[in-house]
Design a protein around this ligand. Structure first.
Ligand SMILES: Nc1ncnc2c1ncn2[C@@H]1O[C@H](COP(=O)(O)OP(=O)(O)OP(=O)(O)O)[C@@H](O)[C@H]1O
Ligand SMILES: [Mg+2]
Length: 443
């Protein structure tokens, strides 16, 4: 993965020719491709023609101001970083800039090294992000072979490995696991792997055993499947008479179609699934032990989702992509906060419940990322949970502290700092005291 690093392009926007020239010259000497514009309008014209990595823009411009430039660049070229700089960095203007999506801001007088440092940091973040996205997509593609995310849980990897080994053999396969853990998906994968090893016109025929009449026809699914797979879903619910017919199909490899005089040969393999403990059903006398032993040759147990939480991010990515494609929506993933909720959920309904929650989110969501508001309300942070959301006052304090600290790093004169913040000197002292700014590091 050693792609040559392309030269990053920077657009400098300032109405003061000296600042523009100084910045452009310095950035050029640091190896960036630099363009410049004297007004917001000129900057937007350039951005619409060419893709810039970074736009460095003064907030105070004669026509369109920096905040407007920021918003429009965000619309035209969302991948471009915007760094604003301002002579009078009031708390409001900086809050506003961040709120509207500025990636960082700087205060005048501009310190050239600082500008370059910030640009490099932003570009590095972006590279890491892209690489991460790329790797995750590659991994998802590999693991999602056959529409099934395998993930990294050892128990699941083992199960899939066993399934791949059993697939090309005629062996019966029993899949166990709670509701929604992916039993049918795995059964279909076994069928496809079997067909890949030995192609035939055999089909996958699913039978819901819970819905079969006690005197039903066992031959139907077998004749329909041909050399394919008969999937006996909820096999623990199979009526006693049907259990006998099934045993004969597996054992003697023949079934007797209704009203037929002669049995017909069975070519299909049987894959059965249950969310019950079949051994316990046998012990309770509800399931034939001879049939249980025939089914229980290769048993694949799918763990509940709560026991494979490390696979949630990959499952989420796969399921979001699946629903986005099905509904033609441009949803590329799940935001950080929403992911925290998804990781913490108990998931009693397992992957099926996760699948449904994400389908709903893709339908309801408006943005490129799923947000907590798009998730079912019972997953969202509860309003009465004080830890879920930071209080506004705390957020403002955190911001104020950081903002004042930054200013004091460039302006050691408190009077000057207070003037630039547009607050009184005594309130600046009060805030320095309140936030414990600069205490203990000699300033
Ligand atoms: N490993 C997986 N990767 C991707 N999607 C999965 C995975 N496992 C399950 N799903 C999805 O979750 C949903 C439920 O899966 P499936 O129907 O196979 O579960 P099940 O165990 O048969 O459930 P039930 O016992 O309720 O019938 C399906 O939409 C399926 O596509
Ligand atoms: Mg099922």
């Amino acid at each position: 993965m050693t792609r040559p690093a392309p030269v990053a392009s920077v657009l400098v926007v300032d109405d003061e020719p000296i600042i523009r020239a100084n910045l452009a010259e310095f950035l050029y000497s640091e190896g960036f491709a630099v363009s410049s514009a004297a007004t917001g309008e000129a900057a937007l014209a350039l951005v619409s023609q060419k893709k810039f990595d970074v736009v460095l823009c003064d907030v105070n411009l004669p026509g369109l101001d920096g905040i407007e430039v920021l918003e429009r660049v965000g619309r035209v070229s969302p991948e471009t970083f915007v760094l604003l700089f301002t002579a009078y960095a009031t708390v409001e203007s900086a809050v506003d800039a961040f709120h509207k999506g500025a990636h960082d801001y700087l205060m005048k007088p501009i310190i050239l090294r600082e500008v370059v440092g910030k640009i490099r940091r932003l570009l590095k973040q972006r590279d890491l992000y892209r690489e991460n996205q790329w790797l995750r997509r590659e991994l998802a593609r590999e693991d999602a072979a056959d529409g099934m995310v395998v993930g990294r849980t050892p128990a699941v990897k083992k199960v899939v490995e066993m399934a791949r080994k059993a697939a090309p053999t005629p062996s019966t396969v029993l899949i166990t696991g709670e509701s929604g853990t992916g039993k049918e998906l795995l059964a279909r994968a076994v069928h496809r792997w079997a067909q890949a090893a030995k192609p035939s016109d055999g089909r996958f025929v699913a039978v819901n055993c819970a819905a079969l009449p006690p005197d039903g026809d066992a031959a139907g699914p077998f004749t329909a499947a041909g050399a394919g797979t008969v999937f006996l879903d909820e096999v623990g619910e199979l009526p006693a008479a049907m259990q006998a017919k099934l045993l004969r199909a597996i054992d003697a490899k023949e079934v007797l179609p209704a009203r037929a005089a002669e049995p017909v040969a069975v070519a299909a393999r049987v894959v059965a699934a249950t969310n019950k403990d079949l051994a316990a059903e046998v012990a309770a006398g509800r399931f034939r032990d001879d049939l249980f032993y025939r089914l229980n040759v290769v048993t694949l147990h799918l763990p509940p989702l709560r026991d494979r939480r490390e696979d949630i991010p990959e499952l989420v990515e796969h399921l979001v992509a699946k629903h986005a494609a099905a509904m033609g929506k441009k949803v590329s993933g799940v935001g950080h906060e929403a992911m925290q909720l998804l990781l913490a959920c108990p998931w009693k309904g397992n992957i099926r419940e996760l699948d449904n929650a994400l389908q709903r989110a893709v339908i309801l969501g408006d943005g490129p990322l799923v947000t907590p508001a798009d998730l079912p309300p019972d997953l969202a942070p509860r309003a009465d949970d004080p830890s879920a959301v930071e209080r506004l006052e705390d957020a403002v304090h955190r911001f104020e502290k950081r903002h004042i600290e930054r200013l004091l790093r460039v302006s050691t004169d408190k009077k000057d700092a207070a003037r630039r913040l547009d607050i009184g000197l005594s309130s600046l002292y009060r805030k320095i005291e309140q936030y414990g700014i600069g205490s203990g590091d000699g300033r």
